[in-house]
Write a protein that binds this ligand. Structure first.
Ligand SMILES: *Cc1c(COP(=O)(O)O)cnc(C)c1O
Length: 479
């Protein structure tokens, strides 16, 4: 009966759940995953096998005890894998919205940990013993870094814009240049937010040119504010004219009309100090006379997801009284993370080392080049002759709409196939999928008939992890 193992199994050949649960080899799994969850998975596995047996597609081999234990082990590991997983971002985009934007400094991680595991004075005034305001935990710090009179924090910058408009401009007009009616990745469009906030958008100028008199002519009895929006993810070049904040303020002032600015990324310091492209800071915008400025916490600022509104104390007070503020407020974990991040800005000399976002943005190409040279032989060996791996210069982006024109010299691996045309495209997609399938998924990008892995965001501490995964990538490609 040598070939009995390769004969199709019948439903009656399936072992009982009880018999399997008593197998010594299964005991560690029951311990690790818990008896009830592991038993439930085992039942599901047996249901699948029974269906295969009925269809005549199940081999007796698959029913061997060791095979069943292996299958169950794999299935339990799959089911218990968290859905939110850490990945290696080699897309070349440092602030990648789909990959979670800014990474937090260790000081913020520690603060979040403390806030998660012990009660904290979130809304409790330790001096008076009375009720506190969660904004007060960081408002002073934000004000000292931006020069603003007052500040409040909400869930993200989209919420900040919505809350600001809903508080100050319902059933009234908001004047915006046509060149600034932006859509920020996904569902954030200035005209849509305006509508949801109950404000009426008044478009002025043209896509490429808006003049001071366009603003002046638009101001009327129903005008709630003049609004400027940072063109985060595009640039208008050529025959252009826009009106800067200071000029808009000069036009608005005689009418007593507030000027608000959605800065998008919201830089707190001059980035040219580190050789990065120039970006207007929040402080400069406040100094130019803006009444309110909104910006994100997890873009260039390098903190957790949050939206800041800073500016005139009377306007901030109104915004804080809006019931929507309660719906859009941040949780204690966000505030816990934000405070140490803002603290980093008090010392610009250490900022580029302390803040991961700035550290990644200011990495020197030579560092990535050395890494690429180190890694490429191992990657080539793992992938074999069907692929060609080279270490080459490339260009990273800041991302998340920050400095759309700014580009950073970087270095990385470019992996091409020896196939041509359509077959090459399919092979590259298989490689991309194999890289996503490993324990710590690696995300790159396909361009110019090759897979590009920009090493800017592979920090030295992760290099060994990254290198160790290539045999698994090659294995996934063979399947
Ligand atoms: C990114 C951005 C937003 C949205 O900010 P989130 O923090 O992602 O909600 C709004 N406006 C501008 C100009 C932006 O660049």
């Amino acid at each position: 009966m040598n070939d009995s193992v390769s004969m199709p199994a019948r439903p009656a050949d399936l072992p009982s759940v009880d018999r399997l649960l008593n197998l010594p080899a299964l005991q560690p799994l029951l311990e690790q995953y818990g008896r009830a969850p592991a038993t439930a998975t085992l039942r599901r596995l047996l249901d699948t096998l029974r269906a295969q047996a009925i269809a005549g597609t199940l081999t007796r081999q698959a029913l061997a005890e060791s095979a069943l234990v292996d299958t169950l082990t794999a299935q339990l590991a799959r089911e218990h894998q968290p859905r939110l997983r850490t990945v290696i971002n080699l897309t070349g985009t440092v602030l990648h919205t789909n990959l979670g934007r800014a990474l937090l400094p260790d000081s913020a991680v520690q603060a979040v940990m403390r806030a998660m595991t012990a009660p904290a004075n979130l809304e409790f005034d330790l001096e008076t013993g009375g009720r506190g305001d969660r904004d007060d935990l960081i408002a002073d710090l934000i004000c000292s870094l931006t020069g603003a009179e007052a500040a409040t924090v909400v869930n993200n910058n989209a919420a900040a814009v919505l809350l600001m408009l809903n508080t100050l401009a319902t059933r009234r007009e908001v004047v915006v240049s046509r060149g600034e009616l932006v859509e920020i990745g996904g569902a954030f469009r200035i005209p849509d937010i305006m509508q949801r906030a109950g404000a009426k958008l008044v478009e002025i100028g043209t896509t490429n040119r808006t003049h001071p008199h366009d603003y002046a002519n638009a101001i009327g009895a129903r005008t709630a504010m003049l609004m400027k929006v940072h063109c985060s993810n595009y640039e208008i070049t050529g025959f252009t004219r826009s009106v800067d904040v200071a000029e808009v303020v000069r036009i608005a002032q005689p009418h007593g009309t507030p000027v608000v600015v959605d800065l998008g990324s919201g830089t707190l310091c001059d980035l040219t100090r580190w050789g990065l492209p120039r970006e207007t800071t929040v402080r400069e915008t406040i100094e130019a006379g803006a009444d309110l400025v909104t910006f994100s916490g997890d873009k260039l600022l390098g903190g957790p997801q949050a939206g800041m509104i800073v500016g005139r104390a009377d306007l901030i007070a109104k915004i804080k009284k809006n019931p929507l503020k309660r719906a859009l407020r941040v949780g204690k974990l966000t505030l816990a993370a934000l405070e140490p991040v803002l603290q980093c800005y008090r010392d610009p000399d250490t900022l580029a080392q302390a803040l991961p976002t700035l550290r990644l943005l200011t990495r020197q190409p030579g560092e990535m080049a050395a890494m690429a040279e180190r890694l490429s032989p191992a990657v080539q060996t793992a992938l074999g002759d069907a692929w060609q791996v080279s270490a080459v210069p490339m260009v990273s982006q800041i991302g998340s709409g920050a400095l759309p024109g700014g580009q950073l010299q970087s270095y990385g691996l470019v992996i091409g196939t020896r196939e041509e045309g359509k077959r090459s495209g399919r092979k590259l997609q298989q490689l991309e999928a194999a890289l996503r399938s490993v324990a710590r998924p690696v995300i790159g990008r396909i361009a110019e008939h090759a897979l590009w892995l920009d090493l800017r965001c592979l920090e030295p501490g992760d290099e060994a992890d990254f290198a160790a995964q290539w045999p698994a990538v090659a294995e996934a490609l063979r399947r």
